[in-house]
Design a protein around this ligand. Structure first.
Ligand SMILES: Cc1cc2nc3c(=O)[nH]c(=O)nc-3n(C[C@H](O)[C@H](O)[C@H](O)COP(=O)(O)O)c2cc1C
Length: 201
Protein backbone atom coordinates (compact mmCIF):
# COMPACT_ATOMS: atom_id res chain seq x y z
CA UNK A 1 0.00 0.00 0.00
CA UNK A 2 1.39 3.45 -0.82
CA UNK A 3 1.71 6.07 1.89
CA UNK A 4 -0.66 8.94 1.26
CA UNK A 5 0.88 12.25 2.27
CA UNK A 6 -0.80 15.61 2.76
CA UNK A 7 1.62 18.52 2.38
CA UNK A 8 0.35 21.76 3.90
CA UNK A 9 2.14 25.02 3.16
CA UNK A 10 1.42 28.44 4.63
CA UNK A 11 4.22 30.78 3.55
CA UNK A 12 3.00 34.19 2.43
CA UNK A 13 6.21 34.79 0.45
CA UNK A 14 5.08 33.04 -2.72
CA UNK A 15 7.89 31.56 -4.80
CA UNK A 16 10.48 32.99 -2.33
CA UNK A 17 9.05 31.05 0.60
CA UNK A 18 11.73 28.81 2.11
CA UNK A 19 9.34 26.50 3.93
CA UNK A 20 7.45 26.07 0.67
CA UNK A 21 10.69 25.23 -1.16
CA UNK A 22 11.41 22.59 1.50
CA UNK A 23 7.87 21.24 1.10
CA UNK A 24 8.46 21.02 -2.66
CA UNK A 25 11.73 19.17 -2.03
CA UNK A 26 9.85 16.75 0.22
CA UNK A 27 7.14 16.32 -2.44
CA UNK A 28 9.61 15.69 -5.28
CA UNK A 29 11.54 13.12 -3.22
CA UNK A 30 8.38 11.40 -2.04
CA UNK A 31 6.78 11.27 -5.49
CA UNK A 32 10.05 9.88 -6.86
CA UNK A 33 9.50 6.95 -4.51
CA UNK A 34 5.90 6.42 -5.56
CA UNK A 35 4.36 8.17 -2.54
CA UNK A 36 1.03 9.83 -3.27
CA UNK A 37 1.11 13.53 -2.34
CA UNK A 38 -1.75 16.01 -1.98
CA UNK A 39 -0.81 19.68 -1.69
CA UNK A 40 -2.80 22.23 0.30
CA UNK A 41 -1.52 25.82 0.09
CA UNK A 42 -3.21 27.79 2.86
CA UNK A 43 -1.76 31.11 1.63
CA UNK A 44 -3.14 30.67 -1.89
CA UNK A 45 -6.41 29.17 -0.69
CA UNK A 46 -7.05 31.11 2.51
CA UNK A 47 -9.47 30.21 5.27
CA UNK A 48 -11.20 33.02 7.18
CA UNK A 49 -10.83 33.36 10.95
CA UNK A 50 -13.05 30.97 12.84
CA UNK A 51 -16.06 32.96 14.06
CA UNK A 52 -19.30 32.37 15.95
CA UNK A 53 -21.58 31.46 13.02
CA UNK A 54 -19.21 28.70 11.86
CA UNK A 55 -18.55 27.40 15.38
CA UNK A 56 -22.32 27.42 15.95
CA UNK A 57 -22.91 25.37 12.79
CA UNK A 58 -20.94 22.49 14.32
CA UNK A 59 -23.25 22.44 17.32
CA UNK A 60 -26.41 21.89 15.29
CA UNK A 61 -27.20 18.34 14.10
CA UNK A 62 -26.77 17.76 10.36
CA UNK A 63 -30.52 17.41 9.78
CA UNK A 64 -31.30 20.65 11.58
CA UNK A 65 -28.71 22.88 9.89
CA UNK A 66 -29.90 25.84 7.81
CA UNK A 67 -28.47 26.09 4.26
CA UNK A 68 -25.95 28.67 5.55
CA UNK A 69 -24.94 26.41 8.46
CA UNK A 70 -24.53 23.47 6.07
CA UNK A 71 -22.15 25.53 3.96
CA UNK A 72 -20.18 26.69 7.00
CA UNK A 73 -19.90 23.20 8.55
CA UNK A 74 -18.79 21.73 5.21
CA UNK A 75 -15.56 23.78 5.44
CA UNK A 76 -14.39 21.94 8.55
CA UNK A 77 -15.93 18.61 7.49
CA UNK A 78 -13.99 18.56 4.23
CA UNK A 79 -10.66 19.52 5.86
CA UNK A 80 -11.10 16.78 8.48
CA UNK A 81 -12.02 14.25 5.76
CA UNK A 82 -8.90 15.25 3.83
CA UNK A 83 -6.73 14.78 6.93
CA UNK A 84 -8.29 11.38 7.69
CA UNK A 85 -7.70 10.31 4.10
CA UNK A 86 -3.89 10.56 4.45
CA UNK A 87 -1.29 8.64 6.46
CA UNK A 88 1.24 11.43 6.91
CA UNK A 89 0.70 15.17 7.25
CA UNK A 90 3.61 17.47 6.44
CA UNK A 91 3.35 20.99 7.88
CA UNK A 92 5.74 23.45 6.21
CA UNK A 93 5.77 26.26 8.76
CA UNK A 94 7.34 29.72 8.50
CA UNK A 95 7.89 31.65 11.72
CA UNK A 96 6.10 34.97 11.57
CA UNK A 97 6.36 37.19 14.65
CA UNK A 98 7.16 34.24 16.91
CA UNK A 99 4.08 32.33 15.90
CA UNK A 100 2.68 30.10 13.21
CA UNK A 101 1.05 31.89 10.26
CA UNK A 102 -2.56 32.81 11.02
CA UNK A 103 -3.49 30.89 7.87
CA UNK A 104 -2.23 27.68 9.49
CA UNK A 105 -3.94 28.52 12.77
CA UNK A 106 -7.19 28.88 10.82
CA UNK A 107 -6.66 25.32 9.49
CA UNK A 108 -6.10 23.95 13.02
CA UNK A 109 -9.20 25.84 14.16
CA UNK A 110 -11.19 23.77 11.60
CA UNK A 111 -9.64 20.35 12.26
CA UNK A 112 -9.62 20.52 16.07
CA UNK A 113 -13.26 19.80 16.67
CA UNK A 114 -14.64 18.47 19.96
CA UNK A 115 -16.64 15.29 19.46
CA UNK A 116 -15.18 14.77 15.98
CA UNK A 117 -11.37 14.80 16.11
CA UNK A 118 -11.02 14.67 19.90
CA UNK A 119 -13.26 14.12 22.89
CA UNK A 120 -13.08 14.80 26.58
CA UNK A 121 -13.13 11.75 28.84
CA UNK A 122 -12.81 11.18 32.60
CA UNK A 123 -9.08 10.71 31.94
CA UNK A 124 -8.68 13.90 29.95
CA UNK A 125 -8.85 14.58 26.22
CA UNK A 126 -8.63 11.70 23.75
CA UNK A 127 -7.55 12.17 20.13
CA UNK A 128 -9.76 10.57 17.50
CA UNK A 129 -7.49 10.88 14.45
CA UNK A 130 -5.63 7.62 14.68
CA UNK A 131 -2.73 5.93 12.92
CA UNK A 132 -1.16 9.06 11.47
CA UNK A 133 2.27 10.65 11.57
CA UNK A 134 3.31 14.26 11.10
CA UNK A 135 6.40 16.05 9.86
CA UNK A 136 7.07 19.71 10.72
CA UNK A 137 9.36 21.67 8.39
CA UNK A 138 10.16 24.78 10.44
CA UNK A 139 11.75 27.76 8.63
CA UNK A 140 12.94 30.77 10.61
CA UNK A 141 15.10 33.83 10.32
CA UNK A 142 16.69 33.23 13.75
CA UNK A 143 17.90 30.20 15.70
CA UNK A 144 15.68 28.91 18.51
CA UNK A 145 15.44 25.10 18.33
CA UNK A 146 15.49 23.56 21.78
CA UNK A 147 15.04 26.91 23.58
CA UNK A 148 11.94 28.60 24.98
CA UNK A 149 12.06 30.96 22.02
CA UNK A 150 10.91 28.10 19.81
CA UNK A 151 7.33 29.20 20.26
CA UNK A 152 6.09 27.12 17.35
CA UNK A 153 6.97 23.44 17.56
CA UNK A 154 5.67 22.84 21.14
CA UNK A 155 2.40 24.54 20.12
CA UNK A 156 2.13 22.48 16.92
CA UNK A 157 2.86 19.23 18.80
CA UNK A 158 0.24 20.09 21.42
CA UNK A 159 -2.42 20.66 18.76
CA UNK A 160 -1.46 17.54 16.77
CA UNK A 161 -1.34 15.45 19.97
CA UNK A 162 -4.76 16.67 21.03
CA UNK A 163 -6.32 15.10 17.94
CA UNK A 164 -4.25 11.92 18.30
CA UNK A 165 -1.19 12.57 16.12
CA UNK A 166 1.67 11.90 18.51
CA UNK A 167 4.40 10.67 16.18
CA UNK A 168 5.98 13.90 14.95
CA UNK A 169 9.35 14.48 13.25
CA UNK A 170 10.73 18.00 12.99
CA UNK A 171 13.19 19.40 10.46
CA UNK A 172 14.54 22.87 11.30
CA UNK A 173 15.85 25.36 8.77
CA UNK A 174 17.12 28.11 11.07
CA UNK A 175 19.22 31.24 10.78
CA UNK A 176 17.76 32.02 7.36
CA UNK A 177 18.17 35.77 8.02
CA UNK A 178 21.69 35.44 9.46
CA UNK A 179 23.74 35.71 6.28
CA UNK A 180 24.00 33.78 3.04
CA UNK A 181 26.47 31.20 4.35
CA UNK A 182 24.32 30.27 7.34
CA UNK A 183 21.18 30.23 5.22
CA UNK A 184 22.60 27.98 2.51
CA UNK A 185 24.07 25.57 5.06
CA UNK A 186 20.77 25.41 6.99
CA UNK A 187 18.75 24.73 3.84
CA UNK A 188 21.20 22.05 2.69
CA UNK A 189 21.05 20.34 6.08
CA UNK A 190 17.25 20.54 6.08
CA UNK A 191 17.04 18.97 2.59
CA UNK A 192 19.30 16.13 3.76
CA UNK A 193 17.11 15.57 6.83
CA UNK A 194 14.04 15.49 4.57
CA UNK A 195 15.69 12.88 2.32
CA UNK A 196 16.24 10.72 5.39
CA UNK A 197 12.60 11.06 6.45
CA UNK A 198 11.27 10.31 2.97
CA UNK A 199 13.27 7.06 2.92
CA UNK A 200 11.28 5.97 5.99
CA UNK A 201 7.82 6.85 4.61
C1 LIG B 1 6.15 39.03 8.61
C2 LIG B 1 7.37 38.26 9.00
C3 LIG B 1 7.62 38.02 10.34
C4 LIG B 1 8.76 37.32 10.72
N1 LIG B 1 8.98 37.05 12.04
C5 LIG B 1 10.06 36.31 12.41
C6 LIG B 1 10.27 35.99 13.78
O1 LIG B 1 9.53 36.34 14.68
N2 LIG B 1 11.37 35.25 14.09
C7 LIG B 1 12.23 34.80 13.13
O2 LIG B 1 13.19 34.11 13.46
N3 LIG B 1 12.04 35.08 11.83
C8 LIG B 1 10.97 35.82 11.45
N4 LIG B 1 10.77 36.10 10.12
C9 LIG B 1 11.68 35.51 9.11
C10 LIG B 1 11.04 34.23 8.59
O3 LIG B 1 10.86 33.29 9.60
C11 LIG B 1 11.91 33.64 7.47
O4 LIG B 1 11.91 34.58 6.41
C12 LIG B 1 11.37 32.31 6.96
O5 LIG B 1 12.05 31.99 5.78
C13 LIG B 1 9.88 32.40 6.69
O6 LIG B 1 9.42 31.21 6.08
P1 LIG B 1 8.96 31.28 4.54
O7 LIG B 1 10.20 31.72 3.76
O8 LIG B 1 8.57 29.88 4.25
O9 LIG B 1 7.83 32.25 4.41
C14 LIG B 1 9.65 36.83 9.72
C15 LIG B 1 9.39 37.07 8.37
C16 LIG B 1 8.25 37.77 8.00
C17 LIG B 1 7.98 38.00 6.54
Amino acid sequence: MTTRTLVITSSILGENGQSKALAEHFTAQAQGRGVEVTRRDLAADELPHLALAELGSWQVSEEERSPEQRELAARSDSLIAELRDHDVVVLAVPMYNFGIPSQLKAWFDRVMRAGVTFRYTENGPQGLVEGKRAVILAARGGQYAGTEMDTQTPHLKLMLGMIGIKEVDTVFAEGLAMGEGKRDAALKEARQAIDGLVERL
